[in-house]
Write a protein that binds this ligand. Sequence first.
Ligand code: F6R
Length: 605
Amino acid sequence: MCGIIGIASNKPVVSNIIQSLKKLEYRGYDSAGIATFANGFIDEKKCTGRVDNLEKILFKNPSSGSIGIGHVRWATHGIPSQINAHPHSSEEVSVVHNGIIENSNEIKKDLEKKGYKFKSQTDTEVITFLLTDFLKDFDLINTINKTLKKLNGSFALGILFKKFNNLVVGARRGSPLAVGYGPEENYLGSDSYALKSMTNKITYLDDGDICLLTNNKVDFYNSKNKKINKEILTLSSEKHTAEKGHYKDFMSKEINEQNVTAKTCIKEYVDQIRRDINLYNFPIKPKEIEKIVLIGCGTAFHSCAVAKYWFEEFTNAEIEIDIASEFRYRKVQFKKKNLYIFVSQSGETADTLAALDLCKKNKVKTCSIVNVVESSIARLSDFVLPIHAGPEIGVASTKAFIGQMLVLYILAIKISEVRKELSGPVYVKKINELKKLPELIKKTLLCQDKIQVIAKDFLQARGAMFMGRGLSFPIALEGALKLKELSYLHAEGYPAGEMKHGPLALIEEGLPVVILAPKDKYFEKTISNMQEVIARGGKVILISNDNNTVTSENVRFSLEVPKSDEQLTPFIMAIPLQLLAYHVASLKNCNIDKPRNLAKSVTVE
Ligand code: F6R
């Protein structure tokens, strides 16, 4: 989960590399670096922290050159420091790397015996020295392939060679890498997002591919040193330059535009005239599906957890949910009549991609729900359902969560209708209720002021708990995840019915406990659980769509959200929790868009 950029041009490249690195910061922001050719040497500059710091260094001590590579890092091997920042260069070679080299320690020992002196704690430096070593005896392509064969793990690389000073070289195995074609220059990028401001003509590298870029030519080779041809794709012309507008940060923009996200998504899938859902060429006949397996990580997994309740409510098919990092290593029984659905905002999450790859190898039917339609997960799956949320820049996922849930909900009702498990009139009613959702989300967003007041109460807290039942349980998990990742406050989400089995011991005087209690079949039970929390001194924040029914002067805050169809409450309940995390983090002066230790696209395991 680092960002790579490379540019081969006939004009100075430093400022374009810096601009692209800024776009890639969502992939990592603990250090940054750049290497260019200048006066016959590799000129390497790097720093800890953000690309702004690198820009300041370059302002004082400029780099020149028309060939260069750049990197933003999310530390895996070695602490974030200037020495561990990429590029890692020898006299002959400079390397930027995304991914993990699993056998770097063994390779390092061999190279040290040969006299190579390592400066950093990274796994990347072994690549630099392997390339340097092979280059003594082999031509360029042989050098790269011999190096790659030594490496275990997944990676995408950008490389400069002093001996080939008109070239930017790329190679991949397991981590995504793309080539972009521009006028009199060509680009290398760890994803197409970084390249989109420069070109919409893209080639994606496959595992084992190597690319050589000059300013006017791109050549591809495979792992057997053979030249190969690759397809050039023209990316969608959708405007991708994400701007904050009048918002303080991307996250507040992304939270506040969720009504538009929902509207766009519904428009894409729901035929307003026929009152039907458009779903053509689905990879498996819905009637034949025996089991649906929903797989994702983090927030995307939470959307799967919500969807489990929907699918179970509407269809008779068996439903299973799985965390991708667990699924990929378990002894799973793959069945032809199962449908495996992968949910990912970025479409690049390493564990989700590996789980999908496993399904492909076992020849079962796959479908992906992604925001980035050009992503690796979208390209690998049999069928893609985009969420149409537009670029999500804030590291904490918000509008993509709403979009993921929405597509899953749409899929659940459509599959159930085709299977005749949902009757025609109920199906139409569900669609009509769904059409009201954007307006309900807009109304829910009006609770900002109240949430700001509630957020102040969290400043003295040592932790917080979130509880709900049924559809509100996964939303409690999501609320806790948002709070911990943004405000660094310990937070846990629980099914309210589970409290007595251990977590109740955590309740102490003043602990904030958020209770999600929409008026559904669980309502009374959740309210009883709330009373148990109050009795033990917990500071209750009740979020419901029917607060009048609850009378307890010991509820510290009671927030009323709009009423909706019972199945749509997760969309409504999620919003105050996103806002709560946002405002607590904001009061604590945390970096909202780039929380510590995290990155937007988790392309390492
Ligand atoms: C939390 C968050 C993460 C992601 C997870 C999966 O706010 O953003 O938990 O949901 O890393 O990412 P994608 O959806 O890109 O696969």
